[in-house]
Design a protein around this ligand. Sequence first.
Ligand SMILES: [Zn+2]
Length: 409
Amino acid sequence: MSATRQWILKFIVVMLLAAALSLKPGQARGQEGIVVESPQAVVDFGRSITFTAKLKAPLPIQQASLLFRGINEEVTRVESLQVAEDGSVSLMYDTSLNVFPPFSWIVFWYQATLADGKVYTSEPIKTQYKDDRFPWRQISQANININWYAGDDAFAVSALDTAGAGLLSMKDFVPISLTDPIDIYIYSNINDLQDTLLLGGRDWAGGHAHPDLGVVLVAIAPGVSQFTEMETLIPHELAHVMLYRALGDKYYEQMPWLIEGIASMVELYPNPEYANVLESASRNDTLIPMTDLCASFPADSGSAFLAYAQSQSFTTYIRDSFGVSGLSRLISAYSDGFECELGATKALGLPISQLDARWRETVLKQNVAGVALRNLSPFILLLALVLIVPLWGAIDLMRQRRKRAAQSK
Ligand SMILES: [Zn+2]
């Protein structure tokens, strides 16, 4: 009996101790640190984000700042704040120079130095940098969200179907994930889209992906050409997201022509202009060496278009010659950090420059030996000069000798 009572007493003591211990941090939180009341981040897309809150602290606030960064950024922005009598703070941050990608997430938090000289930090808060200029609607299936504002429900359903078909068509080249969400935003025209970001050399394309954010932006107008545009743009941009998800940071180690080549290869309606551009560049001998496209893509639209056309054709040639496993080996070699030529030699047994020559010969039906000879012609002329000049000299010398011999006779 007494043993039981002792046990109950011990139990009560332990419970009381536990309660006291668990209270301690709670009380500490109440006595120090800062409390951020009604924090808000109001986006005026393309112009600004206005952060407002009320900072509450048990001691007077000596200095306060707002800290924020894009969710995948490494650099944190720090802005000093004026704290009003009642603790109100407000900061308008200029976003007119596309500092944040559209629909990306921003993390922000507050920091304050109190009268005790210590710095206190609030919990981080997430907010989305939405393009709020349009009345977005959304439909979803599996992990794909279609966001659109022009066109009827059938338009959005077509986009959803195209995304599904695109994922199916790429599953042999790219491991596809059906869990992490992908947000596809369909603008109704290229101008609305261009306002959101600098598309660089690809402004003719009407599509852009932020693979690390799982965000795809495309411009497709409802109408007769909507289906072909969807079939070109949506699978292409989805491929960028899926490649990034499969490769992580190794995505950035890949050669630009390979990434764009795969993305262009999975288009359900490939750009019909690609063939014409390739044919004429081949005829005029203005093709870009594929090794150049290992470094970067040209900035001007005309050359960029040719670069995409070449990448699509060249990647297809590699797939047809070495199989999907060849493409995978190439991706792995570049993931391992091998450079352009060496990566291809390791994965496929030939450097890119030689694959380039074979592609021109096989796909573009170029007479590579003839092209080589044509490229060599200035050297042949030079060689001829180098050989002929001394020959002339020798003949001249012989003639003079003969003349002298004749004179002396
Ligand atoms: Zn692309």
